[in-house]
Design a binder for this molecule. Structure first.
Ligand code: CUA
Length: 410
């Protein structure tokens, strides 16, 4: 008997013995003992495997076919995303070459030297071949060293925070995004002249460099116990404008970016943060200079008050603030500029119905969709499981009044 086979037998004496035939050849130990095929046996399993593989491949091909891909990293709309894409493409080619060589080698060797029935010899063992070992240690080290040069310089480049950049704080809540415009010239015109605060849609001037400060805040508990809970890690990501950046409680991370053209860019949370992580979305609206000035002027104004002849809006406002002893829960968490509603645990509603505020509740619903807004007020958890906004058991008439008031907040 071959010495190498003897070694194998030493390692696993029982199994090997059963497999060895009297003529010295080795039978496949995984074959059924009788050699008889069971109905629906190996053939079916193999066919099913091929079907699964084919379906997986088809899925990969089909997902690449979408005509509208609003979150396509390969279609950058600003310098930050462009820089990141350049690095990605640069690294992609060496990675593709390595992939082809390694995977090609594995495929070639597996097919060329696969086990055949009439072969009983072990292939030559090359374990401990010094030249090969040194070769495949040094080659990847060189590849990584070369890739490191553009990677590190890109990291430094993207970490730069220009002094004249516009400062906006991004606040991650469960499960929506808040935006605070902290530059002195972005203060509102009323009260303590605080910063303009919005939710869901980040409105920016086209072409202007923006420096985002990312923080994670509690999602609703501020109003009840005063202690911020639900502070979890999120990740802020608008693929066409910038890559992911973690939003960590107690830390402030930065993203510096700008948008080349006016338009709407979609983004989402990219770090699992609880039940509705998948629907923690946002929009970035880049406006041209005229529209931007108009937006800023409107945001600086306090919320409009319904006049006395707008009965439904009036009733909604009374319910919102609890003026007549009914309602008043909304102001526990929400703020409406220029009123005594100053809650910060939920989205600021000062300009809820402004045309730029295109979506609400983590951009899960279109703001203009009245039916969605009513369903949300009827029972937030029924349309967004886990939502921190409670169900207040509002009547249909109360819901109509609140919707009328909310739509008056232009
Ligand atoms: Cu926030 Cu995922």
């Amino acid at each position: 008997m071959d010495r190498r086979l003897a070694h194998v037998r030493e390692v696993n004496p029982g199994a090997r013995k059963a497999a060895e035939r009297p003529d010295g050849t080795v039978a496949r130990t995984c074959a059924p003992g009788t050699g008889a095929e069971l109905p629906g046996g190996r053939g079916t399993v193999r066919r099913t495997r091929w079907w699964i593989l084919a379906l997986l491949a088809l899925t990969v091909v089909l997902v690449a076919c979408s005509k509208t891909a609003p979150q396509n990293t390969m279609n950058p709309a600003g310098p930050t995303a462009q820089t990141e894409k350049n690095l990605l493409v640069l690294v992609l080619w060496p990675a593709a070459a390595v992939f082809i060589v390694v995977e090609g080698g594995i495929l070639l060797i597996s097919i060329r030297f696969r086990h055949r029935k009439d072969r009983d010899r072990m292939p030559p063992q090359i374990h401990g071949n010094t030249r090969l070992e040194i070769g495949w240690t040094i080659a990847p080290a060189i590849v990584l060293a070369v890739i490191m040069v553009p990677t590190v310089s890109t990291i430094w480049q993207l970490a730069r925070q220009p002094a004249d950049a516009m400062q906006i704080t991004v606040e991650g809540y469960q499960w929506w995004w808040g935006f605070k415009y902290t530059d002195p010239d972005m203060a509102v015109s009323y009260g303590d002249r605080d910063a303009i605060v919005t939710a869901d849609v980040l409105v920016i001037p086209t072409g202007r460099t923006i420096d985002l400060s990312l923080t994670s805040l509690g999602g609703g508990a501020h109003s009840t116990s005063g202690v911020p809970d639900h502070e979890v890690i999120h990740s802020f990501w608008a693929p066409r404008l910038f890559g992911k950046q973690d939003v960590v409680p107690g830390e402030t991370n930065h993203i510096v970016f700008s948008a080349d053209e006016p338009g709407t860019y979609s983004g989402q949370c990219a770090e699992f943060c609880g039940l509705q992580h998948g629907k923690m979305k946002f929009l970035i609206r880049a406006l041209d200079e005229t529209e931007w000035q108009r937006w800023v002027a409107n945001e600086k104004d306090p919320a409009v008050k319904p006049t006395s002849d707008e009965l439904a809006q009036q009733q909604g406002m009374d319910l919102f603030f609890g003026t007549n002893g009914v309602g008043g829960q909304c102001i526990q968490c929400h703020a409406v500029g220029g009123t005594n509603a100053t809650g910060t645990a939920a989205p600021n509603l000062t300009h809820f119905a402004a045309t730029t505020h295109e979506c609400f509740a983590g951009c899960d619903f279109a703001t203009v969709d009245e039916a969605a807004l009513k369903a949300w007020l009827r029972d937030p958890n029924a349309v967004k499981l886990g939502a921190k906004m409670p169900d207040y058991g509002l009547t249909e008439q109360q819901i109509d009044a609140l919707v009328a008031y909310l739509y008056s907040l232009k």
